[in-house]
Design a binder for this molecule. Structure first.
Ligand code: ZN
Length: 329
């Protein structure tokens, strides 16, 4: 099935981690991997890498605390937590392919056990996520939790045009569905491997770059196929257990791979009192007036982080009448 709108074509991000300070790993030289591993926290971070002799970039991500914090806010059934972890890892990996400020949103809708699952990651690697209507979910399987659903991939720049592509949630995993998205949308070849266990989420992304190093398109395709074959040997356990450097060494130790400094991923909601007020402003003033008369004030909860915003009549003076006596008469 084709995208419903023009697909996004995010070129690889060049801003982060280029230049001096990068770590170069060559066959037989594990020092570069080790030096990063010893000095960096391996929890909640993205690790960007580049094949030195092929037009391929990549990213690995591990989410521990951010994932646990999100799941702890909602107490989802186990299968929902697993899906949410994979979506978080995927959104984080895909956001690293953006070259501008903004956010990437993955939104799954289905008539199965998870009616709605939504994950956002912005250019600062702030993530937030929610599943709605899934408290009764019993399955642990992707194809049962999200059967027959659709996945919307939205790229929402702070400035500029918003893009959205939609693909069916197909196959037996989110990664399969995303593969289909990239195949259909004529973007750079991109593959993902994802895993989550309720406590930890992790993923690996490979993306083909425009040809610069390969002698011809055929050589480029061979290098890409080879990298994908190597990456596909990764197990779920390895994705979850191995820090990024070890994982890349395990998979690509025969290839010269350059590692960039890791970037922290954090759970942060961008809700605010002002945004909530703006949402209230869009409602019918008559409805707000009724709620104020009934409840005395209006409390709005953020679905992502559970933050509460309470608005008394005087806070809403710009929307409804501020003078209680006038309203009653
Ligand atoms: Zn919030």
């Amino acid at each position: 099935m084709a995208s419903n709108t023009e697909p996004a074509r995010p070129p690889p991000r060049a801003a982060r981690g280029t230049g001096p300070g990068s770590h170069i790993a060559r066959p037989g030289n594990d020092l570069a991997y080790n030096s990063v591993m010893k000095t960096e926290n391996t929890s909640d971070r993205c690790l960007r890498f580049l094949f030195e002799e092929a037009d391929i970039r990549g990213e690995s991500v591990h989410l521990n605390r951010a994932y646990r914090d999100i799941v702890a806010l909602h107490q989802y059934p186990p299968g929902v937590s697993l899906m949410l972890g994979q979506f978080l890892a995927a959104a984080t990996l895909l956001s690293t392919t953006l070259k501008f400020e903004g956010k990437l949103v993955l939104q799954a809708r289905s008539e199965a056990q998870i009616p709605l699952l939504m994950v956002e990651c912005d250019h600062q690697l702030h993530v937030r996520a929610i599943a709605r209507g899934a408290q009764e979910a019993t399955s642990l399987r992707f194809d049962q939790l999200l059967a027959g659903g659709q996945l919307a991939i939205t790229i929402d720049p702070t400035r500029g045009q918003r893009y959205q592509g939609i693909v069916p949630l197909s196959g037996d995993s989110l990664a399969h569905s995303l593969d289909a998205y990239f195949r259909l949308s004529e973007q750079l070849e991109t593959r993902l491997w994802l895993a989550a266990d309720g406590q930890r989420a992790a993923g690996l992304l490979l993306q083909q770059l425009p040809r610069k190093l390969a002698a011809d398109p055929e050589a480029q395709q061979d290098a890409w196929d080879n990298a994908c074959v190597l990456a596909a040997t990764v197990t779920r356990q390895e994705l979850l257990d191995l820090p990024g450097e070890s994982l890349l060494h395990r998979l690509f130790h025969e290839e010269p791979v350059r590692l960039f400094p890791p970037a922290a991923v954090t759970f942060r909601c961008n809700c605010s009192r002002e945004r909530t007020f703006n949402a209230l402003s869009a409602l019918d003033p008559g409805e707000i007036e009724e709620l104020l008369q009934e409840l005395g004030s209006i409390t709005m909860d953020c679905e992502f982080c559970n933050q509460q915003y309470r608005f008394a009549r005087e806070d809403l003076a710009g929307i409804v009448g501020g003078d209680q006596a006038k309203i009653l008469h």
